[in-house]
Design a protein around this ligand. Structure first.
Ligand code: DX5
Ligand code: ZN
Length: 226
């Protein structure tokens, strides 16, 4: 799998989400940010809303659960029609069991790390995951500034994946734009969430294409990861 662009609808028009997802037919996934006002200080939507969106979206949904007790709630998002479900390791009681439950329900299992959470303790979990999400802002809100301090962790995560020979996708989320996507791709990320950069653009689908080109160019010129 090459470079993938997954626009976040967090900064889209919540009163017209069906129309908003149809403005980005060139995207690989639509990223839906589920927030519960406990794990993060913001509140969005739950599985009923996600299920309605899955029915009208031209591309599959990538759920990012910023919620407490994902062990209990995550499988419902596979049932709601999401192709990929990401839970936060900081919130999960049993991440191995949860990843296996998501997979057995038919979804791609993904685990997220906040900016200050190290990747090394989770090295042995990589074969259980279809994707690892490294947050490049503190989760909770769109439109925040990209945290360059996460770049070394992206490089280390990519090196761990290569050492284990796994096909795990490496997603970055937060402050990704034409200004920052190249450094993420050079560091080894291959799945890019972009919220305000896409939905703040006059032509969101053209922005998806521009982000893809920038990431592909940067990844192509990246030096091999040791
Ligand atoms: C933040 C969310 C992100 C957010 C990204 O907690 O997880 O997905 O929508 O928005 P931008 O791209 O504006 O930082
Ligand atoms: Zn997100």
């Amino acid at each position: 799998m090459g470079i993938q662009i997954t626009p976040s609808i967090l900064n889209a028009d919540f009163a017209a989400l069906g129309a908003e997802v149809n403005r980005i037919p060139g995207a690989d996934w639509v990223h839906v940010d589920v927030m519960d006002n406990h794990f993060v200080p913001n509140l969005t939507f739950g599985p009923t809303m996600v299920e309605a969106l899955a029915r009208v979206s031209p591309v599959p949904l990538d759920a990012h659960l910023m919620i407490a007790d994902p062990d209990r709630h995550a499988p419902a998002y596979v049932e709601a029609g999401c192709g990929s479900v990401t839970f936060h390791v900081e919130a999960a009681a049993a991440p191995v069991r949860l990843a296996r439950e998501i997979r057995s329900a038919g979804g791609r299992a993904s685990m997220a790390l906040r900016p200050a959470t190290p990747v090394e303790p989770y090295e042995d979990l990589l074969p259980e995951l279809d994707m690892l999400l490294l947050m490049t802002v503190e989760p909770g809100f769109g439109g925040q500034s990209f945290l360059d301090l996460v770049l070394p962790k992206i490089r280390r995560a990519r090196a761990l994946m290569e050492r284990h020979g796994v096909e795990t996708w490496l997603q970055v989320d937060g402050g990704v734009s034409l200004e920052t996507i190249e450094r993420c791709a050079e560091a080894g990320a291959d799945v890019f969430v972009a919220g305000s950069a896409v939905f703040g653009a006059d032509d969101p689908d053209a922005m998806v294409a521009s982000l893809r080109t920038a990431a592909e160019t940067a990844a192509g010129t990246a030096t091999p990861h040791a």
